[in-house]
Design a protein around this ligand. Sequence first.
Ligand code: ATP
Length: 306
Amino acid sequence: LIQLSIPLNFMGMIYREVKQSLLDIGQMFAVLDQAPEIRDAPDAKPLAVTGGAVRFEDVRFAYHPDRQILKGVSFEAPAGRTLAIVGASGAGKSTLSRLLFRFYEPSSGRILIDGQDISRVTQDSLRAAIGMVPQDTVLFNDTIAYNIRYGRWDASDDEVREAARLAQLAPVVAAMPAGYDTLVGERGLKLSGGEKQRVAIARTILKAPPILVLDEATSALDSFTEREIQDALAAVSRGRTTLVIAHRLSTIVNADEIMVMDQGEVVERGTHEALLAAGGVYAGLWNRQRRAEQALQTLKETGEEE
Ligand code: ATP
């Protein structure tokens, strides 16, 4: 028999592998079962956006019943203003944006846009009102023009170009072999992380949503790209209610308000200056980042990097 010629420990390994993958599949189905299907309320109406004010009222949430992630979060982002959300990894920052999109429902509390409870409006109208610039943007295997126009299909060529210009993407496109007709994506020209993020910004400029969620990339871009992205983001967030989930504090110094989260709770709120003066969690984060940046700078200057 073939099985007998296979060493026993090898059989054991296969057994464990198979058992583990069955467990993984089991867990996967458990997760799928738990992911709630969000339906429109029977009497759901389209969201009527006036200014785009976002308000969380004592929002609690858990992905799994045994682990509370948001422990009563309340805040308001007034229409047209920028609210930066900072805090340690795992504090619950991205969870706030998932709840705002209604990918999940709070276990208690309410989320309002211009005074309307988002659980009472149609999901289509809710998602049409919110633009998202994610950490990582997926490109279609198509032209760069197609990828930008994804923000709004009926945009004219001129509008696509203007969006690219505002997103600081125009020079990148100008350097491409076939300009706006250049194929990008997996089977075409590969774009860098910063370039892909600018495509997402250009799409958002075309979509022109009243509310914006910017999920800042964690990966350190070089400071030139960083500057360009910051300028592009400033252009797109002007006059829109903007939630910035920030990892690098230097990018949010000018936010109208900064909210600091820690383990599912809002622990501080205020402007950059006020929070620094308060000498609390934010001031601690800021000083730590400053020291890290200075150390990196010193390393660069002495040419010891890499
Ligand atoms: P980061 O700065 O690292 O992006 P964050 O503050 O955005 O972190 P969240 O992504 O909101 O943190 O996650 C908050 C907590 O919820 C984390 O402990 C995370 O492990 C957990 N979590 C996130 N998504 C899920 C999920 N789909 N299922 C279960 N737990 C999750």
